[in-house]
Design a protein around this ligand. Structure first.
Ligand code: CP
Length: 308
């Protein structure tokens, strides 16, 4: 499959065929890393992070380094000229002269659209506000495919901050493209999935239900996708403190789950999964971060046209 100058802002920018291609490529990279270790020689990836990140930025950088390429960029708006008032459009126009591919995280929803319009090299959204996080979704679907052996006919429980959790919105968008998946939305009233995402579930004819009870949902699930309450998106500290520990997954709560359950979390975790769960074979969230690096390797190769 030939890459071309294009941007990935939303997971829907990739067709189902392209998702399958990227997952197959990630599997090949895992099996034969030596075949890929020089693929991006003389290529540079710019990582422009206007918001904090551990996994996304470092896995993008590790991905490019493992492909034999080089990386440049910044971690934090305060160390870039954004602190002096430079616009996203100007920043991207400049960085397009320094790198062959750009990834950017920005707190403002929609900033990646402006970035992509001003980029002369392939551009990847690494997360914009409460909006989209397509490369996290690539990590999530590879983890599901590898642990469940399929991406269809699954019951997914999405738990926690479904309002601000951009990874949840992107994951629903991706999983709706695979048939017969069922969704259990577990959240307090204040953090319900936004109406526009509910409407997508409704109009696609997907089976879904909303509940406040994690315990009631667990026995039905093939996938449990836990999320952090997004402190940085709250306007009111009091509301955050009231809601932050509303769901805490413990070994006791897993007693009635399927043995084949896969527990995912985009991380960082704060308190929503007890560390005692980490030893449980159903916990896949650290493995998910490895899948993320491999999918970012696949995406870089694809967008640079170096995947074949
Ligand atoms: N999952 C995720 O986006 O993690 P970081 O914020 O650490 O990149």
């Amino acid at each position: 499959m030939q890459g071309k100058l294009r941007s990935v802002i939303n997971i829907l920018d990739l067709s189902v065929g392209e998702l399958e291609h990227l997952m197959d490529l990630a599997d090949r990279i895992e099996k034969q890393p030596e075949e890929y270790r020089d693929r991006c020689r003389y290529k540079k990836l710019a990582t422009l992070f206007f918001e904090p990140s551990t996994r996304t930025r470092l896995s993008f950088e590790a991905a490019m380094l493992e492909l034999g390429g080089q990386v440049l960029g910044f971690a934090g708006a305060s160390s870039s000229s954004a602190a002096k008032g430079e616009s996203v459009a100007d920043t991207i126009a400049v960085v397009s002269n320094y790198a062959d591919i750009i990834t950017m995280r920005h707190p403002k929803e929609g900033a990646p659209v402006v970035a992509a319009q001003n980029s002369t090299v392939p551009f990847i959204n690494a997360g914009d506000g409460g909006h989209f996080h397509p490369t996290q979704t690539l990590a999530d679907i590879l983890t599901v495919r590898r642990t469940c052996g399929k991406l269809e006919g699954l019951t997914l429980g999405l738990c926690g901050d479904l309002k601000f959790g951009r990874t949840v919105h992107s994951l629903i968008d991706a999983m709706l493209r695979y048939p017969k998946n069922r969704y259990i939305l577990i959240s307090p009233e204040e953090l319900r999935l936004p109406e526009y995402e509910i409407e997508k579930l409704r109009s696609s004819g997907a089976e879904f239900e909303e509940t406040t009870s994690l315990e009631d949902a667990i026995p039905k699930l093939d996938i449990l996708y836990m999320t952090r309450v997004q402190k940085e998106r709250f306007f009111n500290e009091e509301d955050y403190l009231r809601l932050k520990d509303i769901y805490v997954l413990t070994p006791e709560k897993l007693r009635n789950s399927k043995e084949s359950l896969a527990i995912l979390h985009p991380l960082p975790r704060v308190n929503e999964i007890s560390v005692a769960v980490d030893r449980d074979p159903r916990a896949k969230y650290f493995y998910q971060t490895l899948c993320g690096k491999q999918m970012r390797m696949a995406l870089i190769l694809f967008l640079l046209g170096l995947d074949e």
